[in-house]
Write a protein that binds this ligand. Structure first.
Ligand SMILES: Nc1nc2c(c(=O)[nH]1)N=C([C@H](O)[C@@H](O)CO)CN2
Length: 118
């Protein structure tokens, strides 16, 4: 199976377990790896045959901007569900990064895989 991917999609949202985090918006960064058979799109050279990463990005931005989860785990699960159910992706890896959340670390977050890669 081939992969269509997105890297470092930065989105502002309410995220975090602490009271101060419920009152502000923070930047999260999302990476997606989506299983897709790209052979048909490659042969036709037509976006209609492709998993449109711009359409995916637009939907994920809307979802994340409108969400207010406490845990990055919950946010990642919601993103995985949308990618699979709305875009027909059989397998997805979702990483949600929360840059600067921990002093001394560039980045913390979670990576989940859902579905069957094939
Ligand atoms: N496994 C997780 N651990 C922590 C999370 C999280 O979402 N998942 N969140 C926090 C805080 O919100 C942190 O990001 C801010 O200090 C701590 N641990």
């Amino acid at each position: 199976m081939d992969i269509v991917y997105l890297r470092d999609l930065r989105i502002e949202t309410v995220i975090g377990i602490f009271d101060w985090e419920r009152r502000i918006r923070q930047v999260v960064s999302v990476d997606l790896d989506m299983a897709a058979d790209v052979a048909r799109a490659a042969a036709s050279d037509d976006i209609a045959d492709a998993l449109d990463y711009k359409a995916v990005a637009k939907r994920i931005i809307a979802f994340v901007e409108g969400s207010s989860f406490r845990l990055v785990e919950s946010l990642a699960e919601g993103i995985a569900r949308i990618v699979r159910e709305e875009f027909g992706v059989p397998w997805v890896r979702v990483s949600v990064h929360k840059p600067g959340a921990i002093r001394g670390a560039r980045d913390v977050g979670v990576m989940i895989e859902r579905g069957v890669r094939g």
